[in-house]
Design a protein around this ligand. Structure first.
Ligand code: MN
Length: 315
């Protein structure tokens, strides 16, 4: 058994495809052109690749997510279109697919309502949020309506990697730093830490947050974050690592290497790591070849493969 939960699609409609391209201006079109076909495919080719890589179920998410649509009316329309489409995709293959909702948080009330609709009417297993929305981060008061709904529905939120609105000066003159190599990780780790330091995960203790890419460096930095928070007395009541170990789980998406997996296991434990690929930006086959040989106990492998995901999302 294997479940993967950072697996992307985009609707095969020009408006949705253009929206996806606009999210990743740093990626050359020669690469986006190649990725587009597996990204829009939710049929035979994807199912065959999943079977070959031993993935029984993929929780699909729209990668052209609406966080960059700043007018609330089209943001809601696009999110609904995407969620309705994903619901039909899941209905056709209920054994192999499940869904994460696209949530138009530019209007937090509309976002909360659409999330509730996606969970209660479409049967989705959570939401995937593509980082900041128009420069607003999820710890801000305006999103309390969303978090109240998340707690009430009891579904996890996947905080997916993305860019800040304004790139730091540090990145000027070094385009390699923008995107998956660095800026998405730094931005997403900082976003998660805002939810800790600004009290969101304390105010809403039942939130389950998912971070991809082996925890966006947080497992590696946990000791130092605790240490310096304590030294400068700037932290929340609990130490940051206590909140991370209570409210946050991570996935293996896009990180197929033993040392970061062993670090995450040592810091977070085997109950807080979930298998993922990041299809189609990463290879299902390579992920499987790595994970099958990773130096971990059989019981740990089973938890990461599917037990933790099944428990988290009630699959
Ligand atoms: Mn991804």
């Amino acid at each position: 058994m294997r479940v993967a939960l950072e697996e992307h699609f985009v609707m095969d409609e020009p408006e949705h495809i253009d929206r996806w391209r606009s999210l990743i201006p740093s990626v050359p079109s020669s690469i986006t052109d190649k990725i587009l076909k597996p990204l829009i495919d939710v049929g035979e080719a994807r199912l065959e690749a999943m079977a070959a890589a031993g993935i029984d179920k993929a929780v699909l998410s729209d990668t052209a997510i609406v966080q960059n649509v700043l007018d609330p009316t089209p943001a809601l329309r696009l999110a609904r279109e995407s969620n309705d489409y994903l619901a039909t995709v899941v209905q056709r293959q209920p054994k192999h697919y499940a869904g994460f909702a696209a949530v138009p948080l530019v209007d937090p009330v509309a976002g909360a309502d659409e999330f509730e609709r996606a969970v209660t009417q479409l049967g989705f297993k959570g939401a995937l949020i593509n980082g900041q929305t128009n420069g607003h981060y999820l710890d801000e008061d305006r999103f309390s309506v969303f978090w109240e709904r998340v707690e009430a529905l009891g579904k996890p939120v996947y905080l997916h990697a993305s860019d800040p609105v304004v790139p730091p000066v540090t990145y000027e003159g070094c385009p390699q730093l923008t995107g998956a190599v660095w800026s998405w990780t730094a931005e997403t780790a900082a976003h998660a830490l805002r939810l800790i330091f600004n009290g969101t995960l304390t105010k809403y203790p039942k939130i389950k947050l998912i971070l991809g890419h082996m925890g966006e460096t947080l497992p590696f930095l946990l000791w130092r974050i605790d240490r310096r928070t304590k030294a400068f007395a700037t932290g929340p009541a609990s130490t940051p690592s206590e909140i991370i170990k209570k409210n946050i789980v991570i996935t293996t998406s896009g990180v197929f290497a033993d040392p970061p997996l062993l670090c995450a296991l040592a810091e977070l434990g085997e109950d807080r790591i979930l298998y993922s690929v990041d299809h189609p930006f990463e290879s299902m086959q390579e992920a499987a070849e790595w994970f099958d040989k990773a130096p971990i106990h059989a019981e740990t492998r089973e938890k990461i493969s599917w037990r933790n995901a099944t428990q988290l999302m009630g699959l």
